[in-house]
Design a protein around this ligand. Sequence first.
Ligand SMILES: [Mg+2]
Length: 330
Amino acid sequence: MTNLTATHNLSKIVAASITKVSTPFKQPMLFKGHNLCSREGYRLKLHFSDGTIGKGEASPLPGFSQESLNDCLLQLKQVLAPLNLNQPIDLSKADAPSVAFALDCALSKTSYEVDSMTLPNEMPLLIGSNQTIVKEYKQLGKPDRIKLKAARQAPSLDAALVNQLHQLNPALKCILDANQAWTAQDADEFANRIPCKVIAYIEEPCATYDDTMGFFKTTGIPVALDETLQNKNFKFHPQAGIAALVIKPSLIGSFARCQRCIEVAKQHNIQTYLSSSFESPMAIKQLAYLAQCWTPNQPAGLDTIKYLDIDKLTLTPIAQWPQKPCSTDG
Ligand SMILES: [Mg+2]
């Protein structure tokens, strides 16, 4: 696994800028009670003394990230303020995961030239009504592997969708993502209504870790951890039933923290998938690059980009250091 943190601070930062990036969703999207019309974040640009630049994006996801958009801006400003006095920056002031990720991307000059659209989309994400999903599944040519959001409707309706897709393609293996929204009873009801073999695994079926692991013990359906990994106090201990870890750098944080999760999983033969959190195209390309470096043999979950109207992306200059002269373009 490539350790990108090794390239940090090889040359001095001489200037920096922050730009607000806003991208409308093609249609409003619901994130744990937050109905969002657009995705917003801050783009960071660092200029180094050797003439190179590095970019990163801090895009906290409402409903999932602990930090707000405003928290991100305050932290970025705190970290970059010393540049006004020609002082080195102090990364310890950046503890919000989305900010830590943005800084690591910018400091390590993570490539944003990878064209994520050319990567094989081996795990299409289908979101919408059952009818919409069935239609899209047919349009995609009935692939053997798809990802579906679960627990946004009654367990019986989720089961009906899975059964319908399974009838269209008996070889189908679904990855479901319940985002911790099922009770133990909901999860069991769903499992009782489907042939278990159609599920590759379910990401975070239940609200608590104990219920999630209990679900595996009761049903034999493997689970994957996603939100659980975002809890800074959670120490990952591999155990039977955990099929995969979903690494979302915008929600997990620094490269070091992401790489630790990947390393532990690798030691125990648990799959890891790098996954996006509805970032803008630049950050999606960086995630595609990081996936090539960190999880080269796994498909990356970067399909969130298709829900954004990227032609309507706007960039608004917010701040720059030193005060002049420094370009604030994206
Ligand atoms: Mg998930």
